[in-house]
Design a protein around this ligand. Structure first.
Ligand code: FES
Length: 595
């Protein structure tokens, strides 16, 4: 079958795909980050691309979902096929504006002390008089035990003829060699493996600085959008292998895109540090989840785990070190250990709280004398999941919304056309709807509302929806079901907070600082989440938006290897709490479903 050329703009990336391939196959081949919100089923209409040249005839699905936009060359990447040489414009092919924050300020608390170092060395040629192995010769001249020279560094046979090397040492062990004079830097990767979203940052280990960051949805979503459904899937037949394969494959694609973007080589990446919840970390390590499916929800391992790139099938230097953050207990995983590490709650004299708002909400309270932590199943609403027009916080998402001069106004990430709503936008909109009486205390649309916002209400399928651009047929909107999803998510977080505070016997005024982390934490209006009763009434100045602490902690770890020892301290000090064991959990949860 003949191949057809496809050029993607604005990056001018060129690929060839077999005649008749779907556009999405060409996008994937080009390594462009791209999302299929409905998994490519032709339901959501959100995978639009503009075909500048070579567009095929639109399908019935495309006509229905794209309407007038068809005439301007718009097609759906999951539906349209390539039959001719094509030029395609993809917004996300340009450097996309992802709303993530890696809390650089936190790095200032730590010193540079990476585990890796580089050293040039020379060895004399091996002679008949002294017929030692190359491994022994190198060890002798470096003053190391022979076992400290990794035997697999000699797999590159051309290097075996050299006598001048640059060695890469990991904690005093020679793990890799390069030709002397190769001026490659050493790189590491910090990885936040979220249930819904994954974030990868390439980090220069010598200069301790971030090089490039890539964000992708977790591809396991097709097997279920929360950890419970992933556990269920893992227990069926080959489920665990499938979950592991899709995640490793996607991580490798992210690494390949990052490497290409940064202009570096995979073999110069020597460390990969991963932080995620218990279930995600077990799947990454391909460890069974049977015991996480029933009380007392015990993980197979707590870790931390240190292993190799070869063992985990990652596209970095084969001898590179993979480090997975420790699980603290039950569903309280490595990302919570990362939250504590990054915020320094375990060293604080005063009581502090950390809240990581994501598909799994993690909450910790404590200080240097002890910490309690829990995990609560918020669901993916804060990351745009299960919301009709929801999307992650990236180009095209409404991130803020307010009411002025009689109209709803909003701010879109990247300043482009409104495509959907991310978590912070959803909080603002629901807060406005509640404030202006469009919805009541129980979250129901108020049919008889006299609100100034009434003009945004539309009847649909026997109920109401809230439409942002009432004059447009394809406007972004909020449904009653979306409000219910939001209520369940915010009640899950709030009940976790309430129960931990009751266990510790602390009141809001006893807490010195509240670190708000995660997909939502950094960009949300604190005033609005307090109005919606998602947080207790903490004084605003005590709430510290802290960004993605899960990712930030992996970068801190790359920067300062001594933090490995802090994990044992964090594990020793932290007691985990399983919320379902508390008899009043259901009552508290129901109470906070209300606004
Ligand atoms: S991904 Fe939903 S229509 Fe293409």
């Amino acid at each position: 079958m003949k191949n057809i050329k496809v050029i993607f703009e604005p990056g001018m990336i060129e690929v060839e795909v077999p005649y008749g391939s779907r556009v999405i196959s060409a996008i994937e081949k080009a390594g462009i980050a791209f999302e299929l919100p409905c998994g490519g089923k032709g339901i959501c209409g959100k995978c639009g691309v503009k075909i500048l040249e070579g567009a095929s005839a639109p399908t019935e699905t495309e006509k229905k979902l794209l309407g007038e936009k068809i005439k301007d060359g718009w097609r759906l990447a999951c539906q349209s096929r390539i039959f001719a040489v094509s030029r395609i414009f993809i917004e996300s092919g340009a450097p996309s504006y992802h709303k993530i924050l890696t809390s650089k300020f936190l790095c200032e608390k730590f010193e540079k002390n990476p585990s890796f170092m580089k050293k040039d060395f020379h060895i004399p040629s091996i002679t008949l008089e002294n017929p030692v192995s190359l491994q022994e010769q190198i060890a002798f001249h470096l003053g190391l035990d022979t076992e400290s020279v990794n035997p697999f560094i000699f797999r590159n046979s051309s290097l075996c003829r050299e006598t001048e090397f640059t060695g890469i040492f990991y904690n005093g062990r020679l793990i890799s060699i390069e030709n002397r004079g190769a001026k490659n830097h050493m790189y590491g990767i910090g990885f936040d493996l979220g249930t819904t979203t994954m974030v990868l940052t390439v980090f220069d280990l010598e200069e301790c600085r971030e090089i490039v960051t890539i964000v992708r949805p977790n591809p396991q979503i097709k097997f279920g959008d929360d950890v419970i459904s992933r556990i269920d899937f893992s227990l069926k037949g080959d489920g665990l292998n499938k979950l592991n394969a899709v995640i490793v494959d996607e991580i490798n694609k992210m690494i390949d895109v990052a490497v290409r973007t940064a202009g570096i080589k995979n073999q110069n990446i020597y460390q990969f540090v991963l932080s995620g919840n218990t279930v995600m970390e077990h799947i990454f390590l391909k460890l069974p989840l049977n015991s996480m499916s029933r009380i007392p929800f015990n993980p197979v391992i707590k870790g931390p785990v240190e292993t190799t790139a070869t063992r985990t099938n990652l596209h970095i230097n084969p001898e590179g070190i993979v480090f997975v953050f420790p699980v603290l207990g039950g569903f309280v995983g490595g990302d919570t250990a990362g939250l504590i590490l990054a915020t320094g709650i375990h060293r604080s004299e005063k009581i502090q709280m950390g809240i990581d708002i994501g598909t799994n909400g993690e909450i910790v309270i404590g200080n240097r004398d002890g910490i309690i932590a829990t995990s609560t199943a918020a669901g993916p609403a804060f990351e745009g999941g299960r919301i009709s027009c929801g999307m992650r916080a990236q180009t095209g998402a409404m991130e803020k919304c307010w009411f002025s001069d009689g109209s709803i106004r909003w701010q879109v990430i990247g300043g482009n056309n409104l495509k959907g709503i991310c978590g912070s936008g959803l909080v603002d909109v629901i807060s406005l709807m509640r404030q202006y009486g469009i919805i009541g205390e129980a979250g129901r649309f108020e049919e008889n509302s006299e609100s100034e916002l009434k003009k945004y209400m539309r009847k649909q399928d026997g109920g109401y929806i809230f439409v942002f651009e009432p004059d447009q047929a394809d406007s972004v909107y909020i449904t009653q079901k979306d409000i219910r999803e939001f209520q369940a998510a915010k009640a899950a977080i709030r009940s976790g907070i309430e129960i931990l505070m009751r266990i510790e016997g602390v009141k809001p005024e006893d807490i010195e600082s509240v670190y708000l982390a995660g997909a939502l934490g950094n960009f949300v209006s604190v005033e609005n989440i307090k109005k919606l009763k998602m947080l207790p009434d903490f004084p605003a100045e005590r709430i510290i938006p802290s960004g993605n602490t899960s990712l930030a902690s992996t970068l801190l770890f790359l920067c300062d290897s001594r933090l490995k020892h802090e994990f044992s301290e964090i594990a020793r000090k932290t007691k985990t709490v399983e919320l379902s064991r508390y008899t009043d959990f259901q009552t508290v949860f129901t109470e906070f479903l209300f606004f």
